[in-house]
Design a protein around this ligand. Structure first.
Ligand SMILES: [Fe+2]
Length: 360
């Protein structure tokens, strides 16, 4: 059994801790860098040729970060049909037969554009989502009365890559908006209607997910990839980002600091372009990086207003690729945003040693 087949079996069984080396006696293959591909925002009624390019980069695993289909409905049968349309796409079916998939959602596949905790069909939508992604019947994720957040760990002690999939919809409070004339003006430049709101009562994750995340950050891991459908490090507040709830953003930073969690980096989707962001200042435990990749078959030509952006955004259809290489004299993580031909359009390499609480 090769590593990809092993991960497919393990992820399909809802395994929360996957120790590759102890299960498969193929140490040579284990020396290959761990490769996670991810992507977001895929219109199911349009072609999705990008799947062949993603397979071409030979990922061990693919993570969907939301807007995996565009449901935009309160009719659960309509939502189920949108997933069926995705499943029926030959290019996606081919990819799915080769690469194990994990997923979280964003607004359109959760149910409606910009939907939050008030979306009335969220329990039903959760069932449709978990059925589509083959979540076993008896996992905590399926049985809890709450969102679809979950985590996986890959690799032996000292080389553990943790993938944390947050749910930024099920428990999220409403965002505040600018007044109507300002919103209309903003619309012309693609800036979106939201504004930051300082309030300790508004939440992104909800209390139970925060407590769960603390347990994840306290578990052993060397690299922690935190997947959030809407961007975390980006400074832009017009669209749905963590910057609209500064208290919750600070809470995440405090949690990383308090638990001493090293190796945290963020991945996100939603915005229909790819960009790399970094936040560095004395209030942070270390430089916080984020690779945003979106969409798999959608793009956005508006300007990027994200002050934490590093370099230029990429506006073509794209997917993200994270490679964790333990073999180098200085073990490192490489973040890439790749075009629909599989070519890296944005790339950033960072030594894992720099993602530690003492590094700033
Ligand atoms: Fe979205």
């Amino acid at each position: 059994m090769n590593r990809r087949d092993f991960l497919k079996t393990a992820v399909g069984a809802g395994t929360q801790l996957v120790t590759w080396r102890s299960t498969v006696a193929n140490a040579a293959d284990d020396e290959r860098p761990f490769r996670l591909a991810f992507g977001a925002c895929a219109r199911q009624e349009r072609p999705q040729p990008i799947w062949d390019a993603i397979a071409g980069r030979q990922p061990d695993l693919f993570a969907f970060l939301g807007d995996n289909v565009y449901g935009d409905t309160r009719d659960i049968n309509v939502l189920r049909d949108q997933y069926k349309a995705l499943a029926a796409k030959p290019e996606f079916a081919r990819f799915r037969s080769r690469v194990p998939l994990v997923a979280t959602w964003d607004d359109h596949d959760y149910g409606e554009n910009n939907a939050d905790s008030r979306y009335p069909m969220k329990r039903e939508s959760k069932q449709v989502f978990l059925d589509f992604f083959d979540e076993p019947k008896d996992t905590e994720r399926r049985l809890r009365d709450g969102g679809i957040y979950t985590a996986y760990s890959f690799g032996p002690p000292g080389r553990i890559v943790q993938l944390i999939l947050l749910d930024t919809r099920y428990h999220r409070s409403p965002f505040s908006m600018v007044d109507v004339p300002t919103a209309l003006l903003r619309k012309l430049s693609g800036r979106g209607p939201y504004r930051p709101q300082q309030s300790s009562r508004r939440t992104m994750l909800g209390p139970a997910q925060w407590a769960w995340l603390e347990r994840q950050f306290s578990a052993p891991a060397d690299v922690r990839i935190v997947a959030t459908s809407t961007p975390f490090v980006s400074s832009f507040t017009g669209s749905e980002t963590w910057a609209n709830l500064p208290n919750e953003r600070r809470r995440m930073v405090e949690l990383i600091r308090r638990t001493g969690a090293g190796g945290v980096l963020f991945i996100s989707g939603d915005i229909h372009r790819a960009e790399l962001s970094a936040a560095r200042d004395a209030t942070l435990p270390y430089t916080l990086w984020e690779l945003t990749s979106s969409g798999l078959n959608r793009s956005n030509l508006y300007e990027s207003f994200n002050k934490n952006r590093q370099g230029e955004p990429y506006r073509g259809h794209n997917f993200g690729l994270i490679e964790v290489d333990w073999r180098a004299s200085e073990p490192a993580v490489t973040l890439q945003a790749c075009s629909r031909d599989g070519e890296a359009m944005i790339a950033q390499r960072m030594p894992i040693a720099e993602l530690q609480p003492a590094a700033l």
